[in-house]
Design a protein around this ligand. Structure first.
Ligand code: IMP
Length: 333
């Protein structure tokens, strides 16, 4: 029986540090599941001070918990095996990793099409995500049960306390993002129900944001002029703002509070973690874009956090002071 489900969702354009949060929380759950996307994601987690990078497999595997990849995910079978091998070599129990048989398979042709047509135009991760979801919708796709060894196919029931970790984030959602500069899956937390549980089982929705904005890939909301700002260069360097999947430099901007507040209200999050406060502290510049579109400037990270909290509470009246955590450590919340 499912006791309850908690869901982690990114509140911006990805790369907010969801992996850190799910890894820190995973111990308290019986299963950790992923409901969307594929190897386009990149999760960086620290276990006993060692850095690990994964793209597909949920972070439960780092903590001895069953780690489920749901039916709305897309799988590159070779990359899946490579990730399993990487985890095995680092001493993790990969018998806990299971993929739903109805997840879809990314083929060589999907990757070829993505690299040839989509990546140059839209700055995709080039992993074949869009063509794979397109074939799924056209009902000519290949499901995972046709290609993956039985030992990795999920044949259990969801049971106990479940943690769902979102890949990509609210503003990359195919319905609500800045189309076509989006990914091809649904990133909103209610889509976690595609794993096979009722929305009534959802307890907490934990939103993960970052104290500044970044975008990987092309997006008119992040114009090229942002490259010219030396402060943003510093943020890229100190914050290690390079794609885990692509290695590309991310484009940085000051946190857009209006977008953040819309993401909070649309997704229904009731807890918020704002990551990477330590990066701005090291850079020594404290700014965000207010709800009304002005740049607000502060003299310390504490003052900026207070200003940001006021801005959020003004527009998200259901949230309480205890519901926001500012985090400044890459290894813990
Ligand atoms: P695709 O998902 O590879 O098709 O890429 C579509 C857009 O989503 C591109 O702008 C990518 O940079 C972005 N994207 C996809 N996955 C991630 C992610 O995990 N983090 C950040 N951006 C991502």
């Amino acid at each position: 029986m499912i006791n309850y489900v908690d869901i982690i969702v990114g509140l911006a354009w990805g790369d907010e540090g969801k992996g850190k949060i799910s890894s820190a929380l995973a111990k308290g759950y019986d299963m950790v599941c992923r409901w969307n996307g594929g190897p386009n994601a990149g999760h960086t987690v620290y276990i006993n001070n060692k850095k690990y990078k994964t793209h597909l497999i949920p972070s439960g595997v780092f903590h001895g918990k069953p780690s489920i990849i749901g039916p709305n995910c897309v799988i590159n079978v070779d990359k899946f095996h490579q990730e399993i091998q990487y985890l095995k070599e680092n001493g993790f129990d990969t018998s806990l990793v299971k993929v739903h048989p109805f997840a879809h398979v990314i083929t060589e042709n999907h990757i070829k099409y993505d690299l040839e047509y989509l990546k140059p135009k839209l700055g995709t991760t080039g992993q074949g995500i869009a063509p794979c979801y397109a074939d799924k919708a056209n009902r000519v796709g290949i499901q995972v049960w046709q290609k993956l060894d039985k030992e990795y196919l999920w044949d259990m029931k969801l049971d106990g306390k479940i943690l769902c970790e979102g890949a990509q984030s609210i503003w990359l959602d195919i319905n609500w993002g800045d189309y076509p500069y989006v990914t091809s899956s649904e990133t909103f937390p209610h889509n976690a129900c595609s794993l096979g549980f009722s929305p009534k089982k959802i307890r907490d929705i934990i939103g993960v944001a970052k104290i500044y904005d970044t975008k990987s890939g092309v997006d008119p909301l992040f114009p090229e002029s942002l490259w010219d700002d030396p402060v943003f260069d510093k943020i890229i360097e100190i914050g290690e703002e390079r794609g885990t999947t692509t290695g590309r430099k991310r484009i940085v901007n000051w946190l857009n509070t209006k977008k953040l507040i819309n993401a909070i209200n649309l997704s229904g999050v009731n807890k918020i973690i704002i990551n990477k406060c330590d990066v701005l502290e090291k850079v020594g510049v404290f700014k965000f874009q207010s709800y009304d579109g002005f740049i607000k400037v502060y003299h310390s990270i504490e003052a900026m956090q207070d200003g940001l909290a006021v801005e959020i509470f003004t527009h998200c009246p259901e949230l309480d002071l205890k519901d926001i955590v500012f985090s400044g450590d890459q290894t813990k919340i």
